[in-house]
Write a protein that binds this ligand. Structure first.
Ligand code: COA
Length: 179
């Protein structure tokens, strides 16, 4: 089994800049907080379905205490002003034996540059190695960027609307030829 707690992959943004996709660490709390502070209200609402700016200690713990078994979290680290900075994060949480819910948030300044695509690529690699069969992503129906990300992943996708939320089911068994 992959030890995802040490996961690290060297990748490139579309503009050629180097980015590290790596396992989130307990010491990333400040980096994640800073990333959250920089995000627009629209990005926050799309990620959390509400204009959240503060979180309960229990919620913070659930973001930070990653077991890398049921809950796998990756971050994208970019060198900015000479030091690595978290500019995006993606996670999955196993919700039933073969299914995991995925969620992503990318800094506004770095959206649509390929970070979401890189994060889902590596989450898929880990999930497949763990024998998972399906990712489920919940999004606001107007969130065309998230739907585009899921479509672009190359995974076989079905979508349905449920109480004002769009739910996309992505099959992990299929090949992802263009990744
Ligand atoms: C949705 C999100 C995670 C996508 O990540 P990203 O790094 O911006 O996506 P990528 O650059 O990898 O783009 C992948 C595809 O997504 C779609 N997409 C991304 N940004 C888009 C935008 N601004 N408008 C329309 N489509 C967009 C496109 O289909 C794109 O493919 P293309 O580059 O060939 O056009 C990111 O925009 C984000 O953090 N949004 C706010 C939070 C959120 O919506 N989370 C999802 C719910 S959990």
């Amino acid at each position: 089994m992959v030890d995802a707690s040490n996961y690290s992959a060297a990748e490139q943004l579309r503009d050629g800049r180097a980015v590290e996709i790596r396992a989130q660490r307990p010491t990333d709390l400040e980096g994640l907080r800073n990333a959250l502070r920089r995000m627009s209200e629209e990005t926050i609402v799309r990620r959390f379905f509400a204009p959240r700016r503060s979180f309960t200690p229990q919620e913070v713990a659930s973001f930070i205490d990653i077991d890398f078994s049921r809950h796998v979290a990756l971050v994208a680290d970019l060198l900015l002003e000479g030091r690595p900075q978290i500019v995006g994060a993606g996670r999955y949480i196993v919700s039933s034996p073969e299914t995991a819910e995925v969620a992503f948030a990318i800094d506004d300044d770095f959206q649509h540059r390929g970070l979401g695509t890189l994060l889902i690529k590596h989450l898929v690699l880990i999930a497949r190695a763990r024998g998972l069969r399906q990712f489920v992503a919940e999004m606001l129906p107007e969130n065309t960027a998230m739907l585009g990300l899921m479509r672009k992943s190359g995974l076989e996708l079905t979508t349905h609307r449920d109480h004002g939320v769009l739910r996309a089911h992505a099959q992990l068994r299929r090949a992802v030829p263009h990744l």
